[in-house]
Each structure stands twice: as C-alpha cells, then as structure tokens.
Write a protein that binds this ligand. Structure first.
Ligand SMILES: C[C@](O)(CO)[C@H](O)COP(=O)(O)OP(=O)(O)OC[C@H]1O[C@@H](n2ccc(N)nc2=O)[C@H](O)[C@@H]1O
Ligand SMILES: Nc1ncnc2c1ncn2[C@@H]1O[C@H](COP(=O)(O)OP(=O)(O)OP(=O)(O)O)[C@@H](O)[C@H]1O
Length: 289
C-alpha cells in the first residue's frame, strides 16, 4: 500500500468558558472551536514497524520523539484495535509548540485518521474516538477538524457547524506556555464553579453578528495565561491597536493570539505590518472555519 498523507490543522478556541473543576482535577469547559489552514503535515508508510521521524521548523521544540503525541496516539490505537497494522510516520512540524493551537493534539488526531484508513475503520468508528480521548483533551475535536462546540473536558462535541469562514491572523511571540500551568494559575478548587456568559443556542449566520456573539464570551484562560506569560498582554495590545482588527483574543491556554478581520486583504495587511515590526514572531494570515 502507498504512503498515506493528511494535514494536521491548528485548532483555535474562538471562545473558551471554564464551567467548573471536576473532582478528578480536570476542568469542564465550553468552547467554540474552529480550524486554520496553517497545519503540520503527517504521512504514514505501511508495512513497517511503528516509528516516527520529525522534521520541520518547530521539530526541536516538540521534544523527544518517544514522547511525541503521534506515537502516543498510535499506542492508544493499538490498544483499541489489537493486531492493527501500524507503520512509519513522518511528521513535518510547522506549528508553534505549546502554543494554544493544539498542534500536538492535531498531530495525534491525524495519526489516528491515517491508522483508521490503513486498517479499514470507518471515520466514525468509536474506537478512533476512544483512542483520541485516551491521548489528550483536545484530540477528539481534532479527529474531524471542522467548526464545533466542545464541552465536558473536550469529549462532548456538537455536529459540525456551518459558520461563515472568518478571516484573521494568528500571532505567536515565541513563549511556550504549558497548559497545566495555566489551569493551575486559574486557581479553581475541585468541585468549584466558574460563572460567565454563554453563546446563544443558535449562532448568528451573518459574519458581523457572529463576531459580535463571539466577542461577548471570553477566553477564561486569558487572564491566568497572561499571569504565567506577561508577554501575551503585549501581543494582545499590539494587535488591538491595528486598524483592521475587529476582535483580538488568545486561543486555548496561549500564547497564540488571533485577530479577526473583515476579509483576507485586511488580514494580509495586518500580518505584513506586525511581521515587519516583529520579524521573530510567527504571524499567519488565515481563514478560520
Ligand atoms: C485548553 C484547551 O486547549 C482548550 O481546547 C484544552 O482543554 C487543553 O487540552 P490538552 O492540551 O489536550 O490538555 P491535556 O494534555 O489533556 O491536559 C494537560 C493538563 O491541563 C489540565 N487540563 C486540561 C484539560 C482540561 N479540561 N482540564 C484541565 O485541567 C490538566 O492539568 C492536564 O494535566
Ligand atoms: N507532535 C507534537 N507536537 C507538538 N508538541 C508535542 C508533540 N508531541 C508531544 N508534544 C509535547 O506536548 C506539549 C504541548 O504541545 P502542543 O503544541 O500540543 O500544545 P498546545 O498548542 O498548547 O495545545 P493546547 O491548545 O491543547 O493547549 C509540548 O510541550 C510538547 O513537548
């Protein structure tokens, strides 16, 4: 069989409410999740023992290959599908790491998609979902990367949402932010609840009204992430000062910040200006869908 390939797109939390902390220490959340064209690339060559080679701009930051989420996902798949065919993975790592973009989670989900194809599983086979859950909180939503509402600890997913595509820019200033540190900084006791606004049950279908609805619901992890990595506040302020920015917010547990714009031209103009001023930042004009 030939080499199988897929993209592992960046995940963006347009909104992220923390609902409360469970007694197992994890947090229940409610998030509107979309995906970007910015992606890692993953391939799987069958008829080989399980292995992983990581290349690409951000490969070194992803850590030792043995701990890579691609291999963790493959082991979880093997546990769900005993005797499954595995193979040699090649990951081209382009997304920033520990960045709130779910890069590692999307790589893991991409590995599960490829292993599912190789072993003749239907895309909705529950064993793929079980392996995703076992690999990490953000892996289930990345399995079929389309806009969705995500609840629970990431294991309760809505059907795909038909949102208008949103133009914007992703900006990462190079500070790696560990997810666990941000949840710790939030300081919620087990059993504790966290109040805040929620999205309307039916999301507006027009772009401007949708952006307004998103603007009314925060990312609750933004304040604790800024406390862990104060540079995030500088990025937010810098983007908010750009004339094209309609909404500026951090994704996930940070440090990546997105700015939504009216269209792709505006996104490109904003991206060019920010990159000219900060050539070391990762700045990607993108469509979110
Ligand atoms: C913040 C989000 O990115 C939003 O999409 C995700 O909830 C985090 O997903 P993730 O990076 O896949 O997180 P995991 O690798 O499962 O967990 C990392 C750590 O974050 C904390 N964690 C994570 C998810 C969650 N719902 N509650 C938590 O408290 C836990 O301390 C956990 O040990
Ligand atoms: N394939 C991978 N890509 C990136 N990081 C990986 C990978 N495998 C393991 N890791 C480890 O996982 C950690 C989290 O990386 P990742 O980029 O997924 O975080 P994130 O973007 O903050 O995710 P989230 O949005 O879920 O919080 C990193 O510290 C890294 O060492």
């Amino acid at each position: 069989m030939e080499t199988l390939r897929t993209r592992a797109p960046a995940k963006i939390n347009l909104t992220l409410r923390i609902i409360g902390r469970r007694t197992d220490g994890f947090h229940d959340l409610a998030s509107l999740v979309v995906f970007s064209g910015a992606a890692d690339l993953l391939s799987l060559t069958p008829d080989a023992a399980l292995s992983l080679t990581v290349k690409g701009r951000t490969a070194a930051a992803a850590g030792p290959d043995a701990d890579n989420l691609v291999l963790r996902a493959a082991r979880a798949f093997s546990a769900e599908v005993p005797g499954a065919q595995l193979g040699a993975f090649l990951l081209e790592k382009r997304l920033p790491v520990a960045a709130g973009l779910g890069g590692g989670s999307s790589d893991a989900a991409a590995a599960l998609r490829l292993l599912g194809r190789l072993n003749g599983l239907a895309p909705d086979d529950p064993r793929l979902f079980a392996a995703a859950r076992a690999t990490g909180s953000d892996v289930p939503v990345c399995l079929d990367p389309r806009a969705r509402l995500m609840e629970g600890v990431g294991d309760v997913l809505s059907p795909p949402l038909a949102l208008p595509p949103l133009a914007g820019v992703l900006v990462n200033c190079g500070v790696a932010v560990p997810t666990a540190a941000v949840f710790r900084q939030l300081g919620l006791a087990p059993g504790g609840a966290f109040d805040g606004p929620s999205l309307p049950a039916v999301l507006p279908s027009g772009r401007a009204k949708l952006v307004a609805a998103i603007a009314a619901v925060p990312n609750d992890l933004e304040p604790p992430a800024v406390a862990v990595a104060p540079k995030i506040a500088e990025v937010i302020d810098r983007l908010a000062a750009q004339p094209e920015a309609r909404l500026v917010r951090m994704s996930g547990s940070g440090a990546t910040v997105f700015a939504l714009t009216d269209d792709c031209r505006a996104a490109a103009a904003l991206a060019r200006r920010v990159l000219a001023a900060e050539p070391d930042w990762w700045v990607k004009p993108t469509i979110l869908r």
